[in-house]
Each structure stands twice: as structure tokens, then as C-alpha cells.
Design a protein around this ligand. Sequence first.
Ligand SMILES: Cc1cc2nc3c(=O)[nH]c(=O)nc-3n(C[C@H](O)[C@H](O)[C@H](O)COP(=O)(O)OP(=O)(O)OC[C@H]3O[C@@H](n4cnc5c(N)ncnc54)[C@H](O)[C@@H]3O)c2cc1C
Length: 369
Amino acid sequence: MKTTVPEFSFWEREEWLKSPDLFIVGAGIVGASVALFYKEKYPDHDVVVADRGYAPYGASTRNAGFACIGSISEHLADIKKAGEETVFNRIERRWNGLKLLRKTIGDENMDYIHTGGYEIFTDEKKFKQSSDQIDRINQILENRLALENVYSATKYQGYPVIKNRVEGAINSGRMMRHLHEMLSKAGVRIWWNCPVTSVKSNRAVLNDSFEITPKKMVLAVNGFISKLAEIPVKPARGFIFITQPVKNFEWKGIFHYNEGYVYFRDLGDRLLLGGGRDQSMDDETTDQFGTNQTIKNYLIDFAENVLRIPSDFEIDMEWSGIMGMTENKEPIIKEVETNVWAAAGLSGMGIAIGMQVAQDVVSKLRNEL
Ligand SMILES: Cc1cc2nc3c(=O)[nH]c(=O)nc-3n(C[C@H](O)[C@H](O)[C@H](O)COP(=O)(O)OP(=O)(O)OC[C@H]3O[C@@H](n4cnc5c(N)ncnc54)[C@H](O)[C@@H]3O)c2cc1C
């Protein structure tokens, strides 16, 4: 859709809209981290990040805030699809990515709490299938990451549970706000409310009306990449709600259920519950925000009948976010045209792997201008 943009003045063109050395589309965790790490490497280069929203408007500020490496049932399901080597490499990447996130942002700047993660089971057979693998998976993780006894079987609220002792929770909004403050301090320019409507060669069209010609570009738009480049990444909508305070709320920590398709955590005495995409997979393969009533009902039922919170609980707010999924859940970093890179397909793990993906991108960008 064409929007009417006033003529830009000489000063605006010279000082504000000058084509930068590096132009990054998308101000989520990947785009913002590319800007940060690139600026650290090349402090003299001019860097602009553009986002179509007033704030990041994709997944980075709309997620559940799990700083996690994943549950055993999720790993077992992934091994069936992608093979053991890929999955253990990915767990390693998630673990190293979380360390990078914590080092870069600082725990205090994102309210990191080391809660531990719990996978709950309502089916004894599924619990046995997963718990039978604990020793083997622990041994592999000890060999690869020097982490002992990551997973252990226990009970929580009467359910059989596999605890993961290395996981925690963050405040995603605060983490992203701090990251953006770091960009401002580093001298990165940020253009909000600036949809990039097409990218061709070294030209990017902003808002269907203004064209810039940066020396290099990074498309960090994850689930929205199909609008700008041909990459095998499918959008996937994720849904979350938060309740009003619940009396005697006892679920404390971060929790996984059903191969990671359902997740919940406490926010003090409130429940944050999300996921359920597997209940309506085709409908959720979309980059449009919105609520799927089938999924919402499923999650409400889960809260009442599995978490057993009083049925008169009230939902305070709900929202959706858009992820980008690849066939085998591996992110794609690809030069789609000379000096135009795409980084997409974080496959629902962006808190853990987002900064590492950004580091990879920066290492691949040519240094000459
Ligand atoms: C409901 C939900 C729960 C999740 N929970 C977790 C979790 O607990 N732990 C975890 O590790 N991961 C989680 N994730 C995944 C994680 O949030 C993502 O993997 C990560 O945020 C992806 O970051 P990104 O920077 O690649 O993309 P995004 O954060 O989506 O950023 C892309 C940005 O590009 C902008 N954009 C898009 N198109 C254009 C355009 N044409 N022009 C300009 N700007 C554009 C968007 O506005 C957006 O800000 C969750 C995701 C969702 C949706």
C-alpha cells in the first residue's frame, strides 16, 4: 500500500536518511545483536536498524521468556526428525547462546532468575519413555558441555516431572529494552515505524516510497522473511495469556509440557501460559497476529484440569507472536544476493540462539565497504 510521505529536505536526506554502511531490517534480538556486534567490530561504520513497528513487532518482545535448552521429550521428538548429532549440536548452541546472552546483557538487566526448568507429564508411559533416556542424555551433555546431571526425575504438584537444573527465566521486554539502549550508546541509528517493502540488489525501499542504497544489508525478520527473500522458513504463530493474580498459586519456575508445545511459568502470583500450536497446526502457519479460539480453549482447559488453578481465574491479557520455523529447526544464515544476508528460522529458540546467530552473521559480512 502506498503511503504519502512528504518531500524530504536536503538536511533530512544528508543527515538522517543517508544510506548507511550496514542496514539491518528487523529490530528483534537477531537484528539488534547484529548491530551491536558489528559496531563493536567496526566502530567507524554507520549502522541503521529499521523496524516496521513502534517497538519490535515479531517475537522477541512477545515470547515466554524461557532461557532454556529444551525438555527431553522435545529432544526425543527432534532426534526423530533431524538425527542425534544435529540435536546435540543444537543443545550445545543453546547453552553457549544463553551464556552469551547473559554475558552481553547482564542478569540484572533482564531480571534473570535461575528457576530450573520442569517438564511435567500427565501420561506415565510418556514419562517412562523420556525418563529412561535421562542417564544417557546426561552423559552426552557431561562429555560435550562439562555439565553434570542436567536432567533428573522428580515429582512436582503430584505429577511425574523431569527437572532441568540449568534453565531460567528472563523478562524479555527488559532484555530487549536494554539491548536497544546498548545500541543507542554504541551510536547505532534506529528507524522505528519503517516497514521495508522490498529489497533488490543493494537497494531497499522503505515504506513503499523512499529508497536507500546501503553497502551491506542483513534481513533479520525471521517469520516475515518470505516478503523480502526466498528462504525455506515458514511463519508460525504462538499464543500466550497471563491471568490475573491467582490465590495460593504454587507453580513456581518455568515448565514444559508435550514436547515443548505447551509452556507456562509464574509471574509472581500470576500464570503465564502459552503454546498449543499443535492443536491447530495449519491455521497457525501464518504471519498474521491473532487468537485461535480452539487453542485458547485448550489452554484454558489445561490451566483448569492439569494445573488445577481455580476455574474462576481471569485472563488479564493475551497476545500472539510470530516465529519462523525451518524443516529441521536449524536457523538459516544465507547470502541471498551479494552483500545482502538473511538470518531467519530461529524455530522458537531465539532467546537461546539469537545472539549466536547474530555473531555468525557478523563473522560472515565482508569487512570492506
Ligand atoms: C509466543 C512465543 C513464545 C516464545 N517463547 C520463547 C522462549 O520462551 N524462549 C525462546 O528461546 N524463544 C521463544 N520464542 C522464540 C523467540 O522469541 C524468537 O525465536 C526470537 O525472538 C526471534 O528473534 P528475531 O530477531 O529473529 O525475530 P523477531 O523478534 O520476530 O524480529 C523481527 C523483527 O522484524 C520486524 N519486521 C518484520 N518485517 C519487517 C519489514 N518488512 N520491515 C521492517 N521490519 C520488519 C518485526 O517488526 C520484528 O520486530 C517464542 C516466540 C513466540 C512467538
